[in-house]
Design a protein around this ligand. Structure first.
Ligand SMILES: C[S@@+](CC[C@H](N)C(=O)[O-])C[C@H]1O[C@@H](n2cnc3c(N)ncnc32)[C@H](O)[C@@H]1O
Length: 271
């Protein structure tokens, strides 16, 4: 999928950019960085850290868990899970640049043993080598046309009783308004594969995974956006990851959410 790879491959040297931003904040990456500081640049989804914690709270993850994070990006959610639940997280992402940055940020935060990252395309996921205790997918399904195929592969990677947490931007049922591009997840409509929450549910159930809950997260997202607008700015932001068009991408997405055309939705399901 060259379009998706090109969309997320806009910036070269993402890790260097983040390192320079940390240094401009008076931090020394060589002596260690608190992972929470990285959140404005490494939690690449609406609602940031708060949304990650909301999703993962009901996945039954504990100190013995092996968790699979598909489309892990720079590894912010993986590090937050590893830090909060003291588990091990394996992240897979299409972008070699992001995986390189994820590994560098885990080293910087002393989390290189509790996280590992691999370059891979989740549309051809085959992780039947081991049974994961839980899996997560955060803001990735919008790039995946064959959701039944992906959910089948995730079901095969989970142990019986293992939970799968999805947090994606989904099309609001009954709306088919054309969205303005670029969006944070797609440069144009060719790489945007939005689906409704009912379509996600049907694809999960078809893969033999039962639904635990479906929660619409617009309130959480609105609260986080307002708090960020009122709070202090830091040199860390997603412009370092996605380039100068990021503000336009974000404002197109915000307009689509506020217009009611798309919704940030969390789904937790169990094999
Ligand atoms: C919006 S970012 C979210 C990153 C991360 N989950 C987070 O919340 O911080 C979407 C990520 O999905 C990855 N992605 C999209 N399609 C993918 C695919 N087919 N296989 C693996 N990763 C993919 C992108 O490279 C990008 O890192």
């Amino acid at each position: 999928m060259p379009g998706v790879a090109a969309h997320y491959g806009r910036v070269r040297g993402v890790l260097d950019q983040i390192t320079a931003a940390l240094e401009s904040m008076g931090l020394d990456p060589a002596t260690g960085v608190d992972p929470a500081v990285l959140a404005p640049a490494d939690e690449f989804h609406l609602g940031g850290h708060e949304a990650t914690m909301a999703l993962t709270a009901s996945l039954g993850i504990d100190i013995d868990s092996a968790v699979l994070d598909v489309g892990c990006g720079l590894g912010g959610p993986a590090r937050e899970m590893a830090r909060t639940y003291r588990c091990h997280v394996t992240g897979i992402d299409l972008s070699p640049e992001f995986v390189y940055a994820a590994e560098g940020l885990s080293l910087m935060t002393g989390m290189e043993r509790s996280t590992s990252f691999e370059v891979g395309d989740v549309t051809v996921l085959d992780r039947t080598d081991r049974a994961f205790d839980a899996a997560t997918m955060i803001h990735v399904g919008m790039n995946v046309p064959d959701k039944p195929g992906l959910f089948g592969a995730i079901a095969a990677a989970l142990r019986p009783g293992g939970r799968f947490g999805i947090y994606d931007i989904m099309r609001t049922a009954g709306t088919d308004t054309d969205l303005a591009f670029p969006l944070p997840f797609a440069s144009d409509e060719n790489d945007s594969h939005l689906a409704t929450s009912d379509e996600y549910v049907a694809a999960l159930e078809g893969a033999g995974i039962s639904i635990v809950h479906v929660i619409e997260r617009s309130d959480l997202v609105g609260r986080v956006i307002r708090r960020a607008a009122d709070g202090p700015r830091t040199a860390l932001n997603l412009g370092l990851v996605m380039g100068p068009e990021f503000p336009a991408m974000f404002s197109n997405l915000r307009a689509a959410v506020e217009g009611g055309f798309v919704q940030p939705i969390e789904i937790v399901a169990e094999k």
